[in-house]
Design a protein around this ligand. Structure first.
Ligand SMILES: O=C(O)CCC(=O)c1ccccc1C(=O)O
Ligand SMILES: [Mg+2]
Length: 369
C-alpha cells in the first residue's frame, strides 16, 4: 500500500462525568484523529491518546501534531508499505520516542492493512478471542460514599474488576471501606506515580486488601525503585507509565520491577511494538492487560483488537462507550455486557466512523498529500 492522503483533526468531546487522577481532573477530552487514504481509496483511522497537557507523559496533542506534520507524514507519505510492521521497524527508525504520535499513524496503517487483506484487525494481529473481558477505572471522588455508590453500580452492570485511582490521602481508608463493602470482587489501585520509596510503610499496608495489583505506584520513569518495592510487597506491581518499548519491558521483568504489564498502544509506539511486548511477556509468564486513555471509539476499537491476543489474560480498562460519552463517534458504539465486549468480525477496526459526529466535535483540521 501507499498512503496518498492524510487528514488530522483536533476533536473535543465532553466526558459524561469528570475523571480525576493523582494529577488533576478532566471534564472533557481533547485528542487527535488521523484519517489515512491509500492509493485504492481505502480509509484507515488512528487516534492519538496524548492529552491536552503533558501530565501523563511528555507528549501533548500539539506535540503529536507537530511530529506528525513535520517528520512522520513526510517519511511515510507515498512510500510503498508491504506490512504495518515496517512503519516502526523501517520508516520511523530515525525519530526518537514520540510514541503516541507514531502510534496514531501506525494504527491507521494497520486498519488499512486489515481491510486490504480482508480480515478484522483482531485477525490481522493474530488474535483469537471472540469476546474480551473488561474492567472499569474509577477516578478519585470527593467522598468515599460516592465511590462506594459508583462501584456498586458497576458491579451490578457486571464489571468483574474494579480499578480505583489512589493518591496520598485517598488510599488506605478508601481501600479499607471498599474491601469491607465488596469482600469478593477483584479490586486494583492505580497511583499514577503518586508515591516514592519513602512511602514504603504505607504501601506495605495495602497488602491486607488482597488487591489484584497496584499500578505504577512510583515515579513514571522508574524501574529500579519499583524492584525494591516489589521485594517488600506481596501485592503484584503492574507498570504502566515506565514501559515504552519491548526493551523497557525486558529490563523491568529482568529486574523484578513488575509482575504484570499494562500495555497501552500509544505509550509503546503502536500495535507492532505492543504485540512484541505481549509475545515477550507470554514467554516469561508475565500476564498483560490493555490499558485505557479515555479514548473515543476509534482508539477503543484498536484496544479491543489488541486484547484478543492470548496473553491478555487480565481484564483491561476498555469499558463501554456509554461509560465515557453521551455519544461516541463510531457505529455501533462499544457495548460492555456483564463485563465482556464482543469482538467485531467485520473487516478493519470493525466499527463505522460516524463522519457527521466527527465533524461536530472537530475544532481544527488539516489535510496532507
Ligand atoms: O478508562 C480508561 O480509559 C482508563 C482510565 C485510566 O486509568 C487512565 C486514564 C487516563 C490516563 C491514564 C490512565 C491510567 O491507566 O493510568
Ligand atoms: Mg495507569
Amino acid at each position: 500500500m501507499k498512503i496518498t492522503d492524510i487528514t488530522i483533526r483536533h476533536l473535543q468531546m465532553e466526558l459524561k462525568s469528570p475523571f480525576t487522577t493523582s494529577f488533576g481532573t478532566f471534564k472533557s477530552r481533547d485528542f487527535l484523529l488521523l484519517e489515512a487514504v491509500d492509493e485504492n481509496g481505502t480509509i484507515g483511522w488512528g487516534e492519538s491518546v496524548a492529552f491536552h497537557s503533558p501530565w501523563y507523559n511528555e507528549e501533548t496533542l500539539y506535540t503529536n501534531w507537530h511530529i506528525l506534520e513535520d517528520f512522520l507524514i513526510p517519511l511515510l507519505i507515498n512510500k510503498e508499505i508491504r506490512h504495518p510492521d515496517e512503519v516502526s521497524e523501517k520508516i520511523f527508525t530515525s525519530i526518537r520516542k514520540n510514541n503516541m504520535a507514531k502510534s496514531t499513524i501506525e494504527g491507521a496503517i494497520w486498519d488499512i492493512y486489515a481491510q486490504q487483506t480482508n480480515q478484522s484487525l483482531a485477525d490481522a494481529l493474530g488474535g483469537k478471542k471472540e469476546q474480551i473481558e473488561v474492567g472499569i477505572s474509577i477516578g478519585i471522588q470527593s467522598k468515599i460514599d460516592d465511590l462506594i455508590t459508583l462501584v456498586d453500580g458497576y458491579v451490578r452492570e457486571g464489571y468483574k474488576r474494579i480499578k480505583v485511582k489512589i493518591k496520598p490521602g485517598w488510599d488506605i481508608e478508601v481501600l479499607h471501606e471498599l474491601r469491607n463493602r465488596f469482600p469478593k470482587i477483584a479490586i486494583m489501585a492505580d497511583a499514577n506515580s503518586a508515591y516514592s520509596l519513602e512511602d514504603i510503610d504505607l504501601l506495605k499496608q495495602l497488602d491486607k486488601f488482597d488487591l489484584m495489583m497496584i499500578e505504577q505506584p512510583l515515579a513514571s520513569d522508574d524501574i529500579i525503585d519499583h524492584a525494591h518495592l516489589q521485594n517488600e510487597l506481596k501485592t503484584p506491581i503492574c507498570l504502566d507509565e515506565s514501559i515504552h518499548s519491548l526493551e523497557d519491558a525486558r529490563k523491568a521483568v529482568e529486574l523484578g520491577s513488575t509482575k504484570i504489564i499494562n500495555i497501552k498502544i500509544g505509550r509503546v509506539g503502536g500495535l507492532t511494538e505492543a504485540k512484541k511486548i505481549h509475545d515477550y511477556c507470554e514467554k516469561k509468564g508475565i500476564p498483560v492487560w490493555c490499558g485505557g486513555m479515555l479514548e473515543s471509539g476509534i482508539g477503543r476499537a484498536h484496544n479491543i483488537a489488541l486484547t484478543t491476543l492470548p496473553n491478555f489474560t487480565l481484564p483491561g480498562d476498555t469499558a463501554g462507550s456509554n461509560h465515557y460519552w453521551k455519544r461516541d463517534i463510531i457505529v455501533p458504539e462499544v457495548v460492555a455486557s456483564n463485563g465482556f465486549i464482543e469482538v467485531p468480525k467485520t473487516v478493519g477496526i470493525g466499527f463505522k466512523v460516524n463522519q457527521e459526529v466527527v465533524e461536530e466535535f472537530t475544532i481544527k483540521k488539516k489535510h496532507y498529500r
